[in-house]
Design a binder for this molecule. Structure first.
Ligand SMILES: NC(=O)c1ccc[n+]([C@@H]2O[C@H](COP(=O)([O-])OP(=O)(O)OC[C@H]3O[C@@H](n4cnc5c(N)ncnc54)[C@H](OP(=O)(O)O)[C@@H]3O)[C@@H](O)[C@H]2O)c1
Length: 261
């Protein structure tokens, strides 16, 4: 296997953070490819690597063959991007929670999935992030353990089947919770209230869930069975934010059902 020198495909949230951390760890990032030349130039400039952009089928000829390609593109684009890379006969690593390794079985492939939420210009301490890995060959897996340890000590090998469940847990516990906060922020704005005043409540909710288990931590009108309060909330939403009523009812019913179990 080649040592730690690679090309990065994609210049979005995950590409920027992983490439930045790998660069800091001493990995040579030879190329950054993005179909968007501005993004490729920006990231390549930070990492002292070469920027490539435009049509991947053309740009591919400027990538070194038999190298390592870290593919950080949208899930739906991974199979087609990897198919292009196959002519280079290297090791293709993707970072998705949901794309099975078997979808790329025609070449040497691996997965390096970070269980964290990435946003532009929001640096993360990757050493605290769990990475779930998988590889097509035993020697690739051995190499990947060493490579992933450049980013974090929390490395675990899992199958594609297990990884899709981990990803689903991530969607529920991050994307869905965040969406509820989006709606709470909008309601706060609409009624001239402070979203920031929810900060201690939300922090305590998360801390308590991990300290004593979320099942034991549930409070609120549905957990208490306060039907009058629930009816008042339903009335408020019906009058002023009807789009939230189905969500409110769904959660209320789910909490009431848990309470009965
Ligand atoms: N964001 C997270 O929190 C997170 C966490 C763990 C794993 N991941 C995984 O990491 C991967 C990248 O996610 P991300 O959040 O970094 O996404 P992102 O910020 O949206 O960046 C996606 C990158 O893929 C490129 N791209 C999209 N479609 C393409 C196509 N058809 N051909 C070539 N390039 C294409 C985009 O180019 P343009 O800029 O030109 O659109 C961009 O460079 C995904 O597999 C995702 O599931 C994400």
């Amino acid at each position: 296997m080649p040592e730690y020198e690679l090309s990065v495909i994609g210049a979005g949230r995950v590409a920027s953070q992983l490439a930045g951390a790998l660069h800091t760890a001493g990995v040579q990032i030879r190329n950054i490819y993005s179909r968007n030349s501005e993004k490729a130039n920006l990231l390549a400039g930070r990492l002292a690597s070469f920027a490539l952009s435009g049509d991947l089928a053309t740009a591919i000829h400027s990538l070194p063959p038999k190298s390592i390609y870290l593919v950080c593109v949208a899930d739906d684009a991974i199979p087609s991007v990897c198919q292009h890379l196959d002519v280079l006969e290297g090791l293709v690593i993707h970072t998705s929670g949901s794309v099975p390794l078997q979808h790329l079985a025609h070449s040497r492939t691996a997965v390096l999935y970070p269980l964290q939420t990435f946003s532009p210009d929001r640096p993360l301490n990757l050493a605290e992030v769990p990475f779930f890995i998988e590889a097509s060959h035993a020697e690739v897996l051995e190499w990947l353990y060493g490579f992933a340890h450049l980013l974090s000590p929390h490395i675990k090998e899992v199958s594609s089947d297990t990884r899709q469940w981990i990803h689903l847990l991530g969607v529920i516990s991050n994307n869905f919770i965040n969406h509820l906060l989006v709606e709470a922020e909008q309601l706060a704005v609409d009624h001239g209230l402070s979203f920031a005043s929810l900060h201690p409540l939300v922090l305590e909710t998360i801390q308590k869930a991990f300290e004593i288990s979320p099942a034991l931590a549930q409070t609120g009108p549905a957990a208490r069975g306060d039907q009058t309060t629930i009816a008042k909330h339903q009335q408020l939403l019906t009058e002023q934010a009807p789009h939230l009523l189905p969500l409110y009812n769904l959660f209320t019913e789910a909490i009431l059902k848990r309470k009965k179990e």
